[in-house]
Ligand binder design. Structure first.
Ligand code: SF4
Length: 476
């Protein structure tokens, strides 16, 4: 799912706002997880300050990424695994296809992985005749519905259980029910059979560790463990930024990841995987492949001001508190990464001009940073992206926004810092606004250039006297 343009963003956002069922789902999600995550951080023995430690761990890893990746690759190879460095999505999918062809893979089971969404892996595999089955329940639902994820860890959050009941009845041929345990059992029955038949297991990777040479996967359904151990080959896709130096770093990051993602102390299933099954092991794949993906991350890493965005561990806590995501949901972002993290990461990956709506659509309220388990300063980077849009930037190939906008804001800056000028401006506005249509004392429509403010709401007119003037009069 990659559809990024202003028209799409506005249309999808409007559609989401008018969808009362989605609005309720988003409200429930944010009311439940927002406060619960905060409480979960407070319940840590180290308190929320542990987020700062996690930030330092992630930044340290990014600053030593070349060494850590090389160490990781070396250890995995020593343990019998294969490691492939992919510069972009196409190279990564081609590698996977080549391995699949060599092993005569006809069917794959897949654990939830945002990085494979990013590169459109499923489409590429299916185009080449390989059946791909998502095994995370949320991903399975949206795969049946032929939709993209609308949340990083709750991909089917936009669907009601009635809609899911109808979908399962149509696609799986079971009698209609909206009872969640019955629906889950139906999915499990289908997926168990897929696990047993699959030739290849595909997963993402939550983190990797250079010290021990393993990747770690986390899930609450146990499906990744089955995808990674039952088929004869396990293929892992990992964003190159996901490695950290030491095993003890994992402990801190996973405690925070579970809290940020779902306000849990720890996820249900955590697997440490460092290669294929050894001769004395009963379970596990015969082949293990780790694909380490760049796809624009190197460029971000090289920019000291944007490097921080790569500290992200994809927990989605920022989505669960963001007022914009809470209204427009995930599909409007047009790319798998939605919410505040998507608003920073997507422009850097696909082009700042192309995805300008994403960073300009956020409110800069700062809630995302406070909720983030690794204290990722997304508001700072949102502002930086906007500055690049205002001024242009050669390194990021950004073309300036309309220069008139910058002139207007400069004039506004002069105006609001000069009391006399500002009062004159208000007074002029007060008289000019009289010609605009009103209803119930509110302005219905502003003229061209300002009409965006009244496109979906009426606004209060400028008062005849400013608060300061009234205050002065009262206390004269
Ligand atoms: S930016 Fe922080 S809160 Fe948002 S997904 Fe990444 S780690 Fe989670």
């Amino acid at each position: 799912m990659t559809q990024i343009n202003t028209q799409f963003y506005k249309k999808q956002a409007q559609k989401a706002i008018c969808n009362t069922v989605l609005q309720q789902a988003l409200l429930d999600l944010q009311n439940r997880l927002g406060p619960a995550t905060k409480a979960a951080y407070n319940s840590l023995a180290e308190g929320p300050a542990l987020r700062k430690t996690a930030h330092d761990i992630r930044m340290h890893a990014l600053e030593n990424l070349d060494i850590l990746l090389e160490t990781l690759a070396q250890k995995i190879r020593q343990q019998g695994g294969h490691v492939f460095f992919a510069k972009d999505g196409e190279t990564a999918t081609n590698y996977c296809l080549e391995v699949a062809r060599n092993l005569n893979v006809k069917m794959a089971v897949k654990g939830k992985s945002m990085v494979t969404e990013e590169i459109g892996l499923n489409t590429a595999l299916m185009r080449n005749g390989i059946e791909v089955n998502e095994t995370d329940l949320g991903e399975y639902i949206i795969q049946l519905a032929k939709e993209g994820p609308s949340h990083i860890i709750a991909p089917a959050i936009h669907k009601t259980r009635k809609q899911i009941g109808k979908l399962f009845s149509e696609k799986l041929g079971i009698p209609y029910t909206d009872d969640p345990p019955t629906l889950t059992k139906a999915a499990r029955r289908v997926l168990r059979e897929k696990f047993l038949r699959a030739d290849m297991g595909i997963s993402g990777c939550n983190l990797a560790c250079a010290e021990t040479g393993h990747i770690t996967t986390v899930s609450n359904e146990g499906n990744i463990r089955m995808s990674s151990t039952m088929p004869k080959v396990h293929m892992v896709f990992m964003g190159m930024e996901r490695v950290v130096a030491k095993l003890q770093d994992h402990d801190i990051l996973f405690r925070l990841l579970a809290r940020g993602a779902s306000a849990q102390n720890m996820a249900g299933y955590v697997s440490y995987i460092g290669g294929p099954r050894s001769a004395d092991q009963l379970d596990g794949p015969d082949e293990f492949h780790l694909v380490i993906l760049d796809n624009g991350r190197n460029k971000i890493l090289a920019d000291k001001e944007f490097r921080e965005v790569l500290t992200c561990i994809r927990c989605a806590a920022c989505l669960n508190v963001c007022p914009v995501y809470g209204k427009i949901g995930g599909h409007a972002y047009g790319f798998p990464y939605s919410g505040p993290i998507g608003a920073v990461l997507t422009p850097l990956m696909v082009g700042i001009n192309k995805a300008h709506d994403l960073c300009q659509g956020e409110t800069l309220c700062g809630a995302c940073r406070k909720a983030c388990p690794v204290d990722n300063d997304l508001p700072r980077m949102l502002l930086l992206l906007r500055a690049k849009l205002a001024d242009g930037d050669k390194d990021w190939e950004v073309e300036r926004n309309n220069p008139a906008e910058k002139i207007m804001f400069m004039a506004w800056s002069v105006l609001i810092r000069n009391r006399k000028l500002f009062d004159m401006f208000l007074r002029a506005g007060y008289w000019i606004q009289k010609v605009f249509p009103r209803e119930n004392g509110l302005l219905k429509k502003l003229p061209l250039g300002l009409n965006g403010w009244t496109a979906s709401r009426d606004i209060k007119p400028i008062a005849p006297h400013s608060f300061i003037l009234l205050w002065k009069k009262k206390h004269r």
